[in-house]
Design a binder for this molecule. Sequence first.
Ligand SMILES: NC(=O)c1ccc[n+]([C@@H]2O[C@H](COP(=O)([O-])OP(=O)(O)OC[C@H]3O[C@@H](n4cnc5c(N)ncnc54)[C@H](OP(=O)(O)O)[C@@H]3O)[C@@H](O)[C@H]2O)c1
Length: 283
Amino acid sequence: MKDKIAIVTGANRGIGRETALCLAKAGMTVVMACRNFESARVACEEITSLTNNPDVAVMKLDLSSRDSIRNFVEDFKNRYGKLNILINNAGVCTMDRKRTVDNFEPNIGTNYVGTFLLTMQLLPFFEKGTDDRIINLISNIYKIGWFRFNRMNGYRWFRAYAVSKYMVLLFTLELAERLRDRGISVNAVHPGIVRTSIMYTHRWFDLIIKIILTPFFIDAAEGARQIIHLANSEEARQISGACFHKTRRKKIPRPYNSPKLRAALWEYSSSLLKNQPIKGTVS
Ligand SMILES: NC(=O)c1ccc[n+]([C@@H]2O[C@H](COP(=O)([O-])OP(=O)(O)OC[C@H]3O[C@@H](n4cnc5c(N)ncnc54)[C@H](OP(=O)(O)O)[C@@H]3O)[C@@H](O)[C@H]2O)c1
């Protein structure tokens, strides 16, 4: 595992931190790609001391900013130059209405647009024939994530979160198809309902969630289990284009896996890479 290089986004806390810890334990070189540098540095020190793995590092990444993604990729190229495992874990479920610096609704701009831009710019660093893997974090809530391109900025909070996760799922399936010949596997994981900060909104109903629902949540280590399995195990090597609910492989209901919609999302998203005017953005 020593030669393997993994990037985990949002690795400073929650499921991402657990994932980074397990990959570091397995002896990989782990890049913690984080927005909050200070908290990431503390997490990195803890992981290093828990695992005795000196090859764990923090790099700055804000997925809601195209410039930050570009800088991260440039920096990664200079420091590492190759990649084996990409875990697209970072995400938000926010009520905030303030658009991202690139003028996207924040859930969609971070969870989908940021993940798409980062992944596409990192593809050149996967080497041919080295059993490389991409794992995207989704949520079962994608089932209420139907969307229209001309309303991209019109969704709010939970609905926008669902839309963003549905887009990540469609992206996963499309990318898995496109990368099949390159030997890079791409899968999606819903980690379960996990006791992390994303479950709380800093509003009055947090109290209800805490008292009534929290006992039913799983912890971050359990939430990370399938991600680790897909990243690390020999058994997972042949799996691509699959969707997991915790450790169970789930069939995606046919209406959610429309090749037409996948292709349309791919075309829409590719235009973001070319720095073209963004179709569908509502000003
Ligand atoms: N918890 C659940 O029940 C659940 C269920 C389904 C899916 N998921 C998915 O699992 C993933 C991990 O969530 P979690 O439960 O571990 O939540 P969490 O504890 O809130 O962690 C979210 C992580 O994402 C990072 N992040 C947020 N916005 C970012 C940005 N613009 N750029 C870079 N990093 C950013 C956060 O960094 P900061 O510290 O800087 O905010 C944090 O490290 C998410 O994709 C989430 O949608 C979680």
